[in-house]
Design a protein around this ligand. Sequence first.
Ligand SMILES: Cc1cc2nc3c(=O)[nH]c(=O)nc-3n(C[C@H](O)[C@H](O)[C@H](O)COP(=O)(O)OP(=O)(O)OC[C@H]3O[C@@H](n4cnc5c(N)ncnc54)[C@H](O)[C@@H]3O)c2cc1C
Length: 329
Amino acid sequence: MQPQVDIAIIGAGLAGATTANHLAASGAKVCVLEKSRGAGGRMATRRTENQLRFDHGAQYFTVRDPRFKAAAENWEKQGHIALWQGRIVEWAEGGLIDKTNDQRYVATPAMNVLCKETLADLPLLTRAEVKSLQRVNNRWQLIGKEGELLCDADWVISTAPAEQTAAIMIASKQILQAAAEVRMLPCWAAMIAPENPLDALQFDGAFINEGPLRWVARNSSKPGRDPSQETWVLHAGPDWSKAHWENERDSVAADLWLNFSNMVGSNAVKPSVAIAHRWRYALAEAVHAERCLIDRNLRLAACGDWCGGPRVEGAFLSGLETAEQLLAC
Ligand SMILES: Cc1cc2nc3c(=O)[nH]c(=O)nc-3n(C[C@H](O)[C@H](O)[C@H](O)COP(=O)(O)OP(=O)(O)OC[C@H]3O[C@@H](n4cnc5c(N)ncnc54)[C@H](O)[C@@H]3O)c2cc1C
């Protein structure tokens, strides 16, 4: 028997987890449908065969809005997040420019834990990719890849990235138009465990403004990670990612590591693990002006980091505002 709920939420990233949590706390019967194997979305963690863990999506988050601050204080008390005390720099040929001024938080012991904890007591269907919505008896049927019925709901909220939301929300002109205007940029990510630690490097995270890379991080320097095995995450910029989109994963991981090694002068260090992941929708180039899109006639809504503000904080605020507006309906 498929779940019959008040509100079905597509996507178990932070926007979906936040929306579901707030709606459920106010008594709504919700169900979250997620196409991948678990919660987290782009707050992602990859576990390798030899039990190494890499945060290969969002690296950290900053906290500015008072509502996000209140949530973050709560998560910190519960041990779900912690401050990353690593040295963050901007890599410049002339030397390193310190960027440790911002407070940067990470979920512990892995980035995906925050969404998992937020959804811990809520109904979550994983490996449930919503392909379309059908209107039947004034309710929505959420249909999966094989044409199967996944869930039946009064309202549907999509928190998928803009282009994926546009594909699902074709019934709502308002949501479709807004989602179709947002372009999301790609990113190739490489996860590397070097054979020997790069002890000589005087930083744990670096913004890079030239060449293929835009960001590198010593993943193992984050709180709650295993410091005994050094791990690195490298992110390529959108132009390089686009130009090398069809390349083999192994060759992308090798290229990015080579580039990084040459840059920091450690090319004698070989990787014992080198994996690449392709993010088709990493970050919105420019976000839609509103934090949430609600089509009250059709009982459809959309939110996420492409609505009102980018990144982890934007995803949280967008999810929160969507829940608040629906509860006020
Ligand atoms: C490489 C990279 C680096 C980043 N670095 C940072 C950073 O350092 N700091 C920062 O603040 N932010 C960073 N971000 C951005 C941050 O990860 C996102 O802004 C935030 O996690 C978005 O949350 P969300 O809930 O809006 O979307 P998502 O996390 O993308 O969640 C949407 C979910 O919907 C699911 N889904 C999609 N389509 C369907 C469907 N049809 N059916 C069912 N489920 C579906 C997806 O699988 C996904 O789990 C980074 C992102 C990437 C990719």
